[in-house]
Design a protein around this ligand. Structure first.
Ligand SMILES: [Cu+2]
Length: 288
């Protein structure tokens, strides 16, 4: 009897905890409400199975408890019951998987009016790039990466000259505008994740992955790396500020373009000085 009461208590306790728990999702800040719905459908299906299995076990423990005058019956197969179980399990699996396929299809089908920006992941920080006035991101190559060109843009690609470089872990996005995030890693696997957006995607060296979203709530949200990427993984964090379009434009206007950053690095006393100091530090490293 103790076992029966224990099983019933675990069932009731778990269901109550699910509904009364103070730990629920953060408030959603993107158009991906359907992804929450998909997870809730999974909760319902697995919840029903969980409750049914535990209560059935409790029932059996009680109903078929040991009695001296009773013997168990040997019944290795029951085709009718097996058909029922196979059928119900299939229905449950389809209910859980089908909405996910729809959500995934939406997630990777980028609307035509989506603006584009790039996220670059690197042990252990984030960088962002927006196309300039031409609306086109310049091409890049990991082999171009150096201190003056941390994004590895192709110097002679005209599309890249006006690209806006954000060499900082704070990203800004305008509210209400669909955006496509192009994701690039320049060392190991990372994963760009903003919990409030309900959106994340792996970043794989040598390839460009993507997803899209429309921010629907202003605020400042955490960006997390969601793929264990080395000893500093836990501190690979950033922030995304969702704000009014005019505030976003103002912020964008304060950033440096690729042409400006190259001009700064290559010309003038500043450029020469940085070259000298780099040569000096190379020497120190060599003599160490
Ligand atoms: Cu990472």
């Amino acid at each position: 009897m103790i076992v029966v009461i224990g099983l019933v208590l675990v069932t009731v306790g778990t269901v109550l905890f699910h509904f009364l728990s103070p730990w629920w999702w953060t408030e959603i800040a993107s158009n991906w409400g359907f992804i929450d719905t998909v997870i809730q459908i999974t909760f319902v299906v697995t919840g029903i199975v969980f409750v049914a299995v535990l209560l059935f076990t409790a029932y059996c423990v009680h109903r078929y408890r040991y009695r001296k005058d009773r013997r168990s019956e040997y019944k290795p197969e029951d085709p009718k019951l097996e058909w029922w179980l196979t059928g119900l399990t299939s229905v449950g699996v389809v209910i859980m998987l089908a909405p996910g396929l729809i959500a995934w299809n939406d997630f990777v089908t980028v609307p035509e009016d989506a603006a584009v920006f790039e996220v670059v992941g690197q042990q252990w920080n984030w960088k962002f790039r927006f196309p300039g006035k031409d609306g086109v991101l310049g091409t890049s190559d990991a082999r171009n990466i150096n201190d003056d060109n941390p994004f590895g843009l192709n110097v002679d690609d005209p599309n890249g000259q006006d690209d806006i470089l954000v060499d900082d872990s704070e990203l800004h996005l305008p509210i209400g505008q669909p955006v496509q995030a192009l994701l690039r890693s320049i060392d190991v696997l990372h994963d760009f994740y903003v919990p409030q957006f309900r959106a994340k995607m792996d970043m794989v060296p040598g390839m460009i992955t993507y997803f899209w979203l429309t921010p629907i709530r202003t605020g400042t949200f955490d960006i997390l790396c969601f793929e264990l990427c080395g000893i500093g993984h836990h501190e690979m964090r950033g922030t995304v500020v969702v704000e009014a379009p005019e505030d976003f434009e103002a912020w964008l206007g304060e950033q440096t373009t690729f042409a400006q950053s190259m001009a700064r690095a290559g010309n003038g006393a500043d450029g020469v000085l940085s070259l000298v100091s780099r040569a000096a530090s190379a020497e120190t490293t060599a003599t160490q």
